[in-house]
Design a protein around this ligand. Structure first.
Ligand code: HGA
Length: 610
């Protein structure tokens, strides 16, 4: 999603800005731009639709240099992706602004500003910030004061950086709903929407909190809270690594990340299982005491993380003896819901900045949940900072927009949560030990499942000319079917839907014909016979099936069905194992279709807008 980079230095900052944008590219965006204040006090601006490389080429042809600058990758929410809508936006060639988020009262502000004589050059909501700051500068005694007055008038979400040519060598930044981090250098300072953008120039960061406004100059960073009081925000030394530059032997990050899963799972399990039990400390220092009191779990997430939560509902209710609800964050936050006694709120988000999930957490905190836990891959992210407990996934940076390794690591974390909560709700020591043993086998089982690579690459050919696909699963494999369908949609643009296969006869069976491939996930579990009946329902209507099945499930390939045998595994970890062939299938189909696998159209990685 949108990326922001800013710098105030003695040296030319153009390269720092462009390199920063490149590091945020994986999030998905449609255009990029930069504005730099040169030594003569003029703002030079370049904007391009498409990749940051286009912007880079433009800057090579016509360099813009100077010591203060801001840059942006835009994922359009208001106004089509075009050069005129790309950030930075200017007001009267004096103020430049970049912004992540959505200004909800932009229509009303736009009208007011038009009345004041401002002419709008774009269709974005962002441009109102720019003119509003310009207008406030007429009565304010500093850029800081003008921005403070401006943000009071904004409704919605923003992470914004403002530059004024009349007040050189400074940036003013403000955060409400979209993350911003300040990077501390020696005699120079930086800002960004994600620390990854600034790793080449510094490792010392302070994360702005909600409502903060900060003035950043070469020598000083001064931060003010919502009420305008000066505040200190802790400066931490980051040990985050950025491996985005290296795809290794792989053609795409997505493939690299699919094959990283054994290592990512091993990392997430290391040190968190001992003596046949899950160590509650995996969820935070204070987790042992809190998890012991849980009687109900409410999971909140979006997209792939939601599917991980759906799977966990089966596990928690079956093995941990607690009730569980799972809800999409954007629904939860706008609906009236009730809190059960001793309820644990669990949020799941790869980035820890998913706007809807973060808003749902904040809302839930006011609703009286016993405690909150986040399962998250990014240390220091908003969800981690604002939750009572945090499970750090340690999956490593995930660059591909379509989530792969983050999903299976989230599932491993939720399996551990099942053990940690179950231990206090009647899960026997034997069941706990069996769960731990299954988890310990995960990395090697995943490695084995990746051995299906060639077989699935061949299978993908069948999908190249298809426009629709149906995924079926039952029980804890139903969310896996949903995740398989989502992956196929995301990267190959084939319309795919998932159903709990018992639902077939209630509607989707009407869609079955030879042009609608049906993908079935069929481990050998207690629902196998039921699933086999559903398979027969499809066969009787001339459907073509692709069945991912345990050898012992005894499916055989014939004219209407291709069977791919998935390595045998314990039932508990089967949802994780069956995810892998579906990831590989969507990857190879996308490859054949020639789509942009790592940055699929219209999508963004870290969804920081509502
Ligand atoms: N609303 C602004 C910024 C969008 C954004 O933050 N995307 O991630 C625009 O449409 O330009």
């Amino acid at each position: 999603m949108c990326g922001i980079v800013g710098a105030v230095a003695q040296r030319d900052v153009s390269e720092i800005l462009v390199e920063g944008l490149k590091r945020l590219e994986y999030r998905g965006y449609d255009s990029a731009g930069v504005a730099i204040l040169d030594d003569e006090g003029n703002i030079g601006r370049a904007r391009r639709v498409g990749k940051v490389q286009e912007l880079d080429n433009a800057l090579i042809e016509q360099p813009i240099s100077g010591g203060t600058g801001i840059a942006h990758t835009r994922w359009a929410t208001h106004g089509e992706p075009s050069e005129r809508n790309a950030h930075p936006h200017l007001s009267c060639d004096e103020i430049a602004v970049v912004h992540n988020g959505i200004i909800e009262n932009h229509v009303e502000l736009r009208e007011r500003l038009r009345g004041l004589g401002y002419v709008f050059a774009s269709d974005t909501d962002t441009e109102v910030i720019c003119h509003l700051v310009h207008h406030e500068m007429k009565s304010a005694d500093s850029l800081l004061a003008a921005v403070q007055a401006t943000v009071k008038q904004l409704h919605g979400a923003y992470g914004t950086v403002v530059m004024d040519k009349r007040q050189p060598q400074r940036l003013v930044v403000a955060r409400s709903g979209s993350p911003l981090v300040i990077g501390y250098g020696v005699g120079e300072h930086f800002v960004a929407s994600d620390q990854l953008a600034l790793l080449p120039v510094t490792r010392r960061f302070a994360f702005l909190e909600e409502g903060d406004v900060a003035e950043v100059t070469r020598r000083e960073v001064t931060i003010f809270d919502t009420d305008g009081n000066p505040v200190e925000r802790e400066i931490t030394e980051s040990n985050v690594t950025h491996d985005a530059g290296d795809k290794g032997q792989y053609r795409h990050y997505m493939m690299k990340e699919i094959f990283e899963q054994p290592a990512a799972l091993q990392r997430t399990l290391d040190g968190r299982l001992a003596n046949g039990a899950v160590l509650p400390e995996a969820f935070g220092d204070n987790a042992a005491e809190l998890l012991a009191q849980v009687k109900h779990v409410q999971i909140i997430a979006c997209g792939t993380s939601y599917h991980a939560g759906m799977t966990a509902r089966y596990w928690l209710e079956q093995h941990a003896g607690v009730s569980c609800n799972v809800e999409i964050a954007s629904e939860f936050r706008y609906r009236r819901s009730h809190v059960f006694p001793n309820s644990l709120l669990v949020t799941i988000s790869q980035s820890g900045e998913t706007a809807d999930t973060l808003a749902a957490l904040r809302l839930a905190k006011e609703m009286g949940y016993m405690a909150s836990l986040t399962i998250c891959n990014v240390p220091g992210s908003s969800l981690v900072r604002e939750s009572d407990m945090a499970y750090m996934m340690k999956a490593g940076a995930e660059i591909g927009v379509a989530s792969t390794k983050a999903f299976t690591v989230q599932l491993a974390a939720l399996a551990m949560l099942t053990g940690a909560i179950g231990a206090h709700n009647g899960m026997t020591a034997e069941t706990q030990a069996a769960l731990v043993q299954s988890l310990q086998m995960l990395p090697s089982k995943v490695e084995q499942a990746l051995g299906l690579d060639d077989a699935i690459a061949a299978l993908a050919e069948d999908f190249a000319d298809k426009h629709h696909a149906l995924f079926l699963g039952r029980g804890d494999q139903y969310p896996i079917a949903m995740e398989g369908a989502l992956k196929l949609k995301e990267i190959s643009y084939i319309h795919a839907e998932a159903y709990a296969s018992g639902e077939l006869k209630h509607g989707p069976l009407a869609l079955i014909d030879a042009d609608m491939p049906v993908i079935v996930v069929a481990p050998n579990n207690e629902l196998l016979e039921k699933l086999k009946s559903n398979v027969e329902e499809v066969r009787a209507r001339g459907g073509l099936m692709y069945v991912f099945a345990d050898v012992d499930a005894k499916f055989e390939s014939d004219d209407t069905m291709k069977v791919i045998n998935v390595p045998h595994c314990d039932e508990f970890i089967a949802p994780i194992i069956y995810t892998l062939p579906l990831q590989l299938l969507s990857y190879y189909v996308a490859l054949i279709k020639g789509t942009d696998v790592d940055q699929p159209r219209n999508l963004a990685k870290s969804v920081t807008v509502e």
